[in-house]
Structures are given as structure tokens and as C-alpha cells.
Design a protein around this ligand. Structure first.
Ligand code: PLP
Length: 421
């Protein structure tokens, strides 16, 4: 029914911009809806869906936030590129951990979470007719940010790093106009693929040869296992000439709700992001920036301890699923296990339906791989945010759910086969 005070006018129509309507559908809507309903009904669902850390930041960081919030001088608008001492601390971490030298004045900018920085960087660099290469399966924002900037996406399979490099070169040789941007994300979400430094060296060579810029999403820089150290794109020679890298305090530092991220690297690209941010935001609450300095300066050990906690959870989940007969490769880094669905179930139903079944009948929420694009079909992404006991319990619930579902399948009458002709 119309709310219009004057029925002489036609019904009012809200006209959404094409940049919004052309976005790909959000495929986790079905599973999130069921999760919400189950929780409202009081079900204890074990949630392995989102990578939302459940452990708190280091106490000294929380204390610093509380102290800085008491200072009257911290409540006004802050600098939208971040306070200089925080940018210095980020540059210092890059040098300490990766040997990469950054000028905190021109090569580091603070973002309201790396997702904000990433999407506004796409807006600063991309426009109609431009193309970005994005790894497949894809973390949704890598595609959405490019689409929101009215540009096009080509997704290339990320599973085999050498093949990925060859496909980037092939695409650059054959596409006109050539791709303008390459998105990288190692350790990769959702597939947990990792690389070594040589990979980034090759990317820099390709970027120089074909003239594309690089955005490296390094969200899982601080979460790695068994002594593996994820390399930084910016540690490769010449990387700073062709691209930037995004890091975050959401994962390793357990500060996801604080919304603190950084973009580092090419000064011209950083300036372009700063220009966009200058129009869109007034910077981050200064007390948070001050506490973030403390986290970067003093809590390396806590970050390493947090990785060990994830490693224990990874072991519990991978060993449990392997015991069920699943073909699991334990990840070397990141917060997820990327699990192939057993063949029998893959033949019977879609990845989305399998995920819905685990939630509906097993009270375990996972992210079906198809939510990360067609390359994710046949996989589940399971996050390591629940504790070891809950992960072991999740494996038992999956086992029982599949056993009951199997019984259901075997009692169904066999389909009548058509007579051979
Ligand atoms: C690959 C990847 N990039 C970026 C982000 C966003 O991080 P932030 O909290 O810094 O916006 C995430 C969060 O899940 C992620 O998985």
C-alpha cells in the first residue's frame, strides 16, 4: 500500500545505482539466516563460519585504550591518514619482521580495518573499462570492491602458484586493454594456499613487464604454523614501485572490532587512497591508534602465542576430520581449514546443500566453498575460532549427522532404471 499523501502521484520508486545492483549475489545469506533462526530457538550451534577471532587482545592494549580514552585531547577528529607515531610503528614492524624499509610519512597509511582501505584503494585506482585479476576462489571483498568501482574482474585459480603466474602472463598477453590491477592474498582466504618470496619476485617482474599494479592483501601475516613465516610482498625487490600491501590487527592481535588496518608501499598509490579517505572519513579514534602502537611495539610474544593456539585447533580439527576419512591438507597459515567434501557426498548434493545439512541436522555452521565463487564448489571453509574441545565436538556432530543422513540414503528405494533400448 502506498504511504503517499497524494494518490495522484505514481508509487514512489527508489532507484538503486547500477554499481550496487550489479554486485554478485551474497551466497552466505541462506546459511546465515538458518544460523540466526537456530540460535534464536536456543540451539547450541558450533560456528566455524566466520573468521571472527573469539580471544581478547592483550590486556596491556585494552588498558592503554582505557587510559587514552580518559585523555580529553583524544576525542576530536584525528588525522585521516593516521597519527605519525602509529605509522612509524608500522614501518618499524615491516623492517623488523621483513627487512622492508618504508617511509612512514609517504608510504604508510592507517585504514579503518584493511577492508576499508582495500575497497577505497580500488575506488582510487579503478573505473569503467578497467580490469582486475583476482584469485579464485575469492574472498568476496576482492571482487565486490572492484565491481563497486565499476570495473571488471577476471578470476584465476590460485591453487597452483606456478600455474597462477602463467595464467596472469597469458591474460596480460591476450586481453585488451590489459589488466590494470592484480589482487594477491597470501596466506589465501579461503583456500589457505601459501607462497614463498620467489613468488612475489616473479609477480614484480610480471607487473613491470605488463604494467599492472599490485594489491597484496596480507591479512593473515601474523597467523602461521610449524615455523612457517608468510613472506611480505614488500620484501621483494622493486615491489614498492608497483604496488601496496594491506595488513590488519584484526587477526593476529585479536582486534577485529577495533577496525585497525594499514596500507603500505607505493607512495603515489598511498596518496591516491589518502585523497579518497580525505573525502570519506575523518580518521580513527585517536585512543585506538595509541593502543595500537602499544600492541605493535610490545605484544609480539602474545601474537606468536595466539598462532600456537590456532595451531592446536588446526591439529584438533584436521586430525578429527582425517579420522572420519576426509582428505585433509593441514594449512600452514591463516585461520581456516579448506576441506574437500568427501566424494560420495559431493556426487549427491551441492556444496551449499551439504553445508545446510551440517547446520540443520548437525548444528555445525561452516562456509560452503561455493560462496567464494565457482572455484570453491566441492569444498568447505572451516574457521579455527572455536576452542579445541568445541572443534572436537564439531567433528563428532559432523560424524553423527553424516551417519544418520547415510542411513536415510540407504533406506530410500533405489531409483527405477529405464529399460535399456
Ligand atoms: C583475506 C582478508 N582480507 C581482509 C579481511 C578484512 O580484515 P579487516 O578486519 O582488517 O577489515 C579479512 C577478514 O576476514 C580477510 O579474510
Amino acid at each position: 500500500m502506498s504511504n503517499s499523501p497524494d494518490d495522484a502521484y505514481p508509487p514512489f520508486k527508489v532507484q538503486i545505482a547500477e554499481r550496487v545492483t550489479r554486485l554478485p549475489p551474497y551466497l552466505f545469506g541462506r546459511i546465515n539466516g538458518m544460523l540466526h533462526n537456530k540460535r534464536r530457538a536456543g540451539d547450541d550451534v558450533i560456528d566455524l563460519g566466520m573468521g571472527n577471532p573469539s580471544d581478547p587482545p592483550h590486556q596491556s592494549v585494552i588498558d592503554k585504550l582505557a587510559e587514552a580514552a580518559q585523555d580529553e585531547g583524544n576525542h576530536g577528529y584525528s588525522k585521516n591518514i593516521g597519527i605519525v607515531n602509529l605509522r612509524r610503528e608500522v614501518a618499524s614492524k615491516y623492517f623488523r619482521k621483513y627487512g622492508a624499509r618504508l617511509d612512514p610519512e609517504s608510504e604508510v597509511i592507517v585504514c579503518l580495518g584493511s577492508k576499508e582501505g582495500f575497497s577505497h584503494m580500488c575506488l582510487a585506482l579503478m573505473g569503467p573499462g578497467d580490469t582486475a585479476i583476482v584469485p579464485a576462489p575469492y574472498f568476496p571483498i576482492h571482487v565486490y570492491s572492484v565491481a563497486l568501482a565499476s570495473a571488471n574482474v577476471i578470476s584465476l585459480e590460485v591453487a597452483n602458484s606456478e600455474k597462477f603466474l602463467a595464467n596472469i602472463a597469458y591474460t596480460c598477453e591476450h586481453l585488451y586493454p590489459k589488466p590494470k590491477l592484480l589482487v594477491l592474498n597470501y596466506p589465501h582466504n579461503p583456500s589457505s594456499v601459501v607462497v614463498e618470496q620467489w613468488f612475489f619476485d616473479e609477480v614484480v617482474k610480471l607487473a613491470r613487464k605488463y604494467g599492472f599494479m599490485v594489491l597484496s592483501d596480507f591479512a593473515y601475516a601474523d597467523v602461521a604454523y610449524d615455523g612457517y613465516q608468510p613472506p611480505s610482498f614488500l620484501a621483494s625487490k622493486g615491489a614498492i614501485d608497483v604496488g601496496v600491501e594491506f595488513t590488519t590487527m584484526s587477526k593476529g592481535y585479536n582486534m577485529a572490532g577495533w577496525r585497525v588496518g594499514y596500507c603500505c608501499g607505493n607512495a603515489e598509490m598511498i596518496r591516491a587512497l589518502g585523497t579518497i579517505k580525505g573525502y570519506y572519513d575523518y580518521g580513527m579514534f585517536q585512543a585506538i591508534q595509541i593502543a595500537a602502537i602499544v600492541a605493535l611495539r610490545n605484544t609480539d610474544t602474545a601474537v606468536e602465542e595466539q598462532s600456537k593456539i590456532y595451531q592446536g585447533r588446526r591439529n584438533a580439527l584436521c586430525e578429527g576430520l582425517s579420522r572420519l576419512g576426509w582428505n585433509i591438507t593441514p594449512p600452514k597459515a591463516g585461520m581456516f581449514v579448506w576441506a574437500p567434501i568427501p566424494d560420495l557426498w559431493r556426487q549427491r548434493m551441492s556444496t551449499m546443500d551439504f553445508g545446510m545439512m551440517l547446520l540443520e541436522k548437525g548444528n555445525v555452521a561452516v562456509s560452503p566453498g561455493s560462496g567464494f565463487g565457482p572455484a570453491g564448489e566441492g569444498y568447505l571453509r572451516m574457521s579455527l575460532v572455536e576452542n579445541e574441545e568445541r572443534l572436537k565436538q564439531a567433528v563428532r556432530q559432523i560424524k553423527n549427522c553424516l551417519r544418520d543422513a547415510e542411513a536415510n540414503y540407504s533406506t530410500k528405494p533405489a531409483a527405477v532404471q529405464p529399460a535399456a533400448t
